[in-house]
Design a protein around this ligand. Structure first.
Ligand SMILES: [Zn+2]
Length: 156
């Protein structure tokens, strides 16, 4: 780790800790030549997460894939992209925190819905209609009515 002050290549680590997002390690270093202190961030080697799909096959977890699905549901909606990106980061973090290496696509769908509900209910309904297996039209109608009732309650 090169010293940003004098360019010397050796430094000692004074302090290490994981960042809040658990995606990097923050290290305080001290240059062995000039004695200046600086901070580095090193990405944590991430274990791959496998997603078990409906047909039982597995594929690597992809935040982008989730985002694509959400964007489709949010078409022509005013929700900013960074809010949706943050949502996918939250989901990945939640999965990693469980310590499990595998998660079902259904579980991911539920996690997305849970969050989307608070962000944009139109997008939520669109997303839910694709990812939740509504057995019939009535099941879907019930869900929409439940959301609307919940929304009314919040506004009161
Ligand atoms: Zn230095």
């Amino acid at each position: 780790m090169k010293c940003p002050f004098c360019g010397y290549l050796d430094s000692k680590v004074i302090e290490s800790r994981a960042t809040e997002e658990m995606t990097a390690v923050r290290r305080r270093r001290e240059c062995l030549s000039c004695g200046q202190r600086f901070t580095t961030y090193e990405r944590i080697e991430e274990h791959p997460i496998l997603v078990i799909k409906k047909d039982g096959s597995r594929e690597a977890f992809s935040r982008n894939k989730i985002l694509t699905g959400i964007l489709k549901a949010c078409e022509k909606r005013p929700t900013p992209l960074d809010v949706l990106e943050q949502l996918t980061f939250d989901i990945e973090r939640q999965i990693r925190q469980t310590g499990r290496g595998e998660v079902t696509s259904k579980e991911i769908g539920e996690m997305v819905m849970e969050r989307l509900k608070d962000i944009d209910d139109v997008a939520y309904v669109r997303f839910a209609s694709v990812y939740r297996d509504f057995r019939d039209v009535d099941g879907f109608k019930e869900e929409v009515e439940r959301i609307l009732a919940e929304k009314d309650r919040k506004q009161e």
